[in-house]
Ligand binder design. Structure first.
Ligand SMILES: [Zn+2]
Length: 81
């Protein structure tokens, strides 16, 4: 019997503790954010560009039961669009 209900191409990250595969959160320590500005003729500043750099290791959690899913973080970070 073939399984047709779910497409098997997508292998979702699922919390092993509660089964959640929809809500997650990421915790990042020690972020350094750099913002570039141009000063205008009237003395005001316009934001041109900003970038942030992680100094700590990001952690990844199930948003339902808060299980630590950091082992999945690499895959998670490759799937953010
Ligand atoms: Zn969970």
């Amino acid at each position: 019997m073939k399984q047709k209900a779910k497409p098997s191409l997508v292998n979702l990250i699922q919390c092993p503790k509660c089964g959640n595969d929809e809500k997650f959160f990421e915790v990042v320590d020690n972020i350094v954010e750099t913002n570039w500005y141009t000063q205008n003729k009237d003395g005001s500043f316009s934001l041109e560009e900003s970038s942030s750099q992680h100094l700590g290791t990001p952690r990844f959690f199930c948003a339902v039961c808060e299980e630590d899913l950091t082992i999945w973080h690499r895959r998670f970070s490759e799937m953010i669009f």
